[in-house]
Design a protein around this ligand. Structure first.
Ligand SMILES: Nc1ncnc2c1ncn2[C@@H]1O[C@H](COP(=O)(O)OP(=O)(O)O)[C@@H](O)[C@H]1O
Ligand SMILES: [Mg+2]
Length: 311
């Protein structure tokens, strides 16, 4: 049964989508069957992962358009990573849901149906607090809270804690805070260091050991529709998300598959050198499905078959 993890912070631009996409991708690469649900009407994760899907096969259509869950689950580049895409239509769900009974449980029902097929399900939430966010939180067991290392972030963190309290007290759903995650960390900046220190000191829950550095490759990778390990596998951002994936697996008490890095370096690697092959795929349990093919195949069927064979 999957661990269902929402990536949540009411603040926008703090690294939620970047975290959801890349952690999900690493977990997939480590052989974990992983589903990423894009639950933001800005659909950045859908674009960043580069899904091919029909316009009427998104999470909106699964929840309110009569599509079966499996019609909306799409294969990605990585054999073990699936995505349910979003589109701007998801914003309409807000209005449609308002008058429906059990309007806060639509995503939960979807997740419960697909849960037996995965080890991890990530829900990438938008930057607001509305009925969609509530659906996302009620569908999840755990939450990861990305926090940008900047001046106002402590305030944002308090808001997040308040929201989770409200969800617990009013809706009876006790979601576990798996951890806060420091993002866009720049150790050369005194402010960044101080805020990180302050959050570690004051946050009453786990703060992930790894700090996600500000790394231009992380911002560039989505425009190539690739998770970071296919774009710049040796970049500091990639290594950080890889470590985060390890931390998350460890939290579940599971052993981590034997896996090591060759020559992890501090500096950014130029994109041209950052081929998937450089990533020592033979040591990863679930290797990229067809790593040598740089772009999505027109026909996703071989990838899906590969996934099922591997499962
Ligand atoms: N560690 C990072 N280093 C550099 N840029 C980042 C990093 N994390 C995120 N970004 C960029 O910052 C912007 C906001 O990140 P995103 O993950 O979309 O935030 P959110 O989902 O919380 O709105 C995006 O353009 C993204 O590419
Ligand atoms: Mg986002």
């Amino acid at each position: 049964m999957a661990r269902v993890i929402a990536v949540f912070n009411q603040k926008g631009g703090v690294g939620k989508t970047t975290t959801a996409m890349n952690v999900a991708a690493y977990l997939g690469m480590f052989g974990k069957r992983t589903l990423l649900i894009d639950f933001d009407s800005q659909f950045n994760a859908t674009v960043g992962v580069g899904t091919k899907h029909a316009a009427d096969e998104t999470i909106y259509h699964a929840l309110l358009g009569g599509k079966r869950p499996e019609e909306t689950i799409k294969q990605t580049y990585l054999a073990n990573l699936h995505i349910v895409p979003a589109s701007s239509e998801l914003a309409g769900a807000l209005i449609e849901l308002v008058n429906l009974p059990e309007r806060e449980l639509y995503l939960r029902r979807f997740v419960d149906t697909v849960r037996p097929h995965y080890d991890f399900i990530f829900v990438d939430l938008g930057p607001s607090l509305n009925l969609l966010t509530i659906n996302g939180l009620l569908a999840s067991d755990e939450v990861i809270v990305p926090i940008q290392c900047e001046y106002y972030s402590l305030e944002g963190l308090n808001q997040v804690l308040q929201t989770l309290e409200l969800v617990k007290n009013n809706l009876g759903h006790d979601i576990k805070i798996s951890g806060a995650l420091l993002t866009m960390y720049d150790r050369r900046e005194r402010l960044s260091r101080e805020i990180a220190k302050e959050i570690r000191r004051r946050f009453p829950f786990n703060v992930y050991e790894v700090e996600i550095p500000r790394s231009v490759s992380l911002a560039e990778a989505p425009s190539f529709k690739k998770p970071i390990m296919l774009y710049a596998p040796q970049s500091p951002g990639a290594l950080a998300y890889e470590r985060l994936a390890h931390e998350i697996i460890r939290q579940g008490g599971e052993p981590i598959a034997a896996y090591s890095h060759v020559g992890a370096e501090d500096g950014e690697v130029p994109a041209a050198e950052a081929t998937p092959q450089a990533y020592a795929p033979e040591t990863a349990q679930a290797v990229l499905a067809k790593a040598e093919e740089p772009i999505y195949p027109e026909d996703p069927l071989p990838l899906i078959l590969h996934y099922h064979e591997g499962a």
